[in-house]
Design a protein around this ligand. Structure first.
Ligand code: ADP
Ligand code: MG
Ligand code: ZN
Length: 472
């Protein structure tokens, strides 16, 4: 029988930061540059005798994130050389931060953080092109943030939730696009399993580190796979070895890549070419200054939308994960935040109709001007449009945006609440459907629904259904 096991997961996440130039030189930082080695210079090529210069913008991004997660911001910080040999790092070392990371501690999405530091990205190797390996230096020297969590996660789902929240934070702050698929954000998962007693006493099992996770799905599946693999190994009386493992998307399994080097193998030492930094001495690094440049954070917005608009978790998620949709929504409800009815209508029409229409038309959120969308909501609220009429008006507005009142009127979609006119239509329906009327009189309730349906049909959906029912 299987024993109880508790899995422990700690994440190391790298994110390329969005800046005009690279971390230590003036080369363009352009992750979308497709021409190999277009943005390079002797500094980011690692030529001897060159002098790196710090990029303030990259530091500001990390400090903003540090404040957002309530971390401790270093006052004194320095850079270190992490020495190793690989063709994608020809100078033989990567400039990173070892002893004095910019940020220590903090918490994001309920997960405790160890540290956040700044380093430079390496070049990119492509293997086996005509039996050769090619190196592209466009990425070399791009500012790279590394965030390390404490080993406090216990399941794959929480790990993914954390990584998604970090992605959102990076995007909100404008620190990076953070697409996993493009390698702009790279998640490495450290995984171990141990008995519940051991885990409680902070004694963990041997960990493995899984790399090459280039989607959230991969993160989730790889962690789940690795937990099962390690439990199976212990159950069979085998050992788990500390190693780096890769994720194979096709087979859905992890495989051994290399045994782990311990950190002293890198022989870190302070980078002599970059001056040590005192954060408090640089005006732009002050908390006040950085906070001014920081927008409302995703979790604050989530709370506000839930509270102010009474939305469900799912509804809030869309507006927070698509900030431009959230902004549009807020503009549509205007100053009317407390008009619960308009907020509810706007939520429904944006989420269930508008987003689908945008996709179909291949258009951006501004396809219908805010003022027109807003008026459409008011017309529904005032009973000028039935829900069917509103949907039709909306569809017409996607073809040609304009004042919904004019569009609905032109197309006979304004809800008819004129009793005299509806009465005439009802009389006609009743005379045409004598047997249904008889059914209703004999107590068949559904017959009434049929007659209302006929009335809606006769008015092309423009009759106020409540009024129609009353008159029938
Ligand atoms: P290394 O020196 O091997 O890189 P660290 O102590 O720096 O190890 O930790 C790296 C990452 O591994 C961190 O995210 C940490 O939370 C996680 N970690 C450490 N020990 C374990 C463990 N036993 N199980 C799972 N994750 C762990
Ligand atoms: Mg590590
Ligand atoms: Zn350069």
């Amino acid at each position: 029988m299987k024993k109880d096991y508790i899995a422990t997961i700690g994440l190391e996440i790298h994110a390329e930061l969005k800046t005009a130039s690279k971390m230590f030189c003036t080369c363009k930082n352009d992750p979308d540059e497709e021409k190999p080695n277009a943005n390079i210079c002797p500094i980011c090529m690692g030529h001897p005798g060159t002098l790196p210069v710090l990029n303030k913008e990259a530091i500001k991004h990390v400090l903003k994130i540090g404040h957002a997660v309530n971390g401790t911001i270093a006052d004194f910080t320095e850079w270190d050389r992490k020495n190793y040999f690989y063709p994608d790092i020809p100078k033989g070392y990567q400039i990173s931060q070892y002893k004095y990371p910019l940020v220590s501690g903090g918490n994001l999405a309920g997960v405790d953080l160890t540290r956040i530091h700044l380093e430079e990205d390496t070049a990119q190797s492509t293997h086996d092109i005509h039996e050769k390996s090619l190196v592209n230096f466009n990425r070399s020297g791009v500012p790279l943030m590394e965030l390390v969590t404490e080993p406090v996660i216990h399941d794959a789902e929480t790990a993914v939730k954390f990584a998604k929240e970090l992605q959102l934070l990076l995007r909100y702050i404008g620190a990076g696009k953070a697409n996993l698929e493009k390698g702009e954000m790279r998640v490495e998962a450290n995984i171990s399993v141990a008995s519940p007693e051991d885990t409680t006493a902070k004694k963990f099992g041997t960990k493995t580190e899984v790399k090459n996770l280039n989607s959230f799905k991969a993160v989730e599946k790889a962690i789940a796979f690795e937990i099962t693999r390690q439990i199976d190994a212990y159950e069979k009386g085998e050992k788990v070895v500390q190693e780096t493992r890769g994720w194979d998307e096709n087979s859905g399994t992890t495989y051994s890549q290399r045994l782990k080097e311990s950190s002293h193998d890198y022989r870190y030492f302070p980078e002599p070419d970059i001056p040590k930094l005192k954060i408090s001495e640089v005006e732009e690094f002050n908390k006040e200054h950085l906070t001014k440049e920081t927008p409302e954070l995703p979790w604050i917005k989530r709370e506000r939308f839930t509270k102010d608009y009474g939305m469900t978790e799912k509804e809030v998620a869309v507006f927070v994960e698509q900030p431009e949709t959230g902004k549009y929504f807020e503009e549509v409800v205007g100053g009317d935040a407390k008009n619960a009815k308009i907020a509810k209508l706007a939520t429904n029409y944006i989420l269930t109709d508008y987003l689908g229409l945008l996709k179909k038309e291949g258009k951006g959120i501004e396809m219908i001007a805010v003022k027109n969308f807003s008026k459409l909501m008011k017309m529904i609220e005032e009973g000028k449009l039935s829900s069917r009429g509103a949907k039709d008006t909306l569809a017409l507005m996607t073809k040609e945006d304009g004042d919904p009142e004019i569009i609905a009127d032109k197309n006979g979609l304004i809800q008819k609440s004129d009793e005299g006119e509806i009465k005439k239509i009802v009389e006609e329906i009743i005379s045409k459907n004598a047997s249904v009327v008889e059914d209703y009189k004999n107590g068949k309730e559904v017959a009434l629904q049929f007659l209302v349906g006929q009335g809606m049909k006769a008015t092309k959906g423009s009759a106020n259904p409540e009024l129609l029912k009353k008159i029938i």
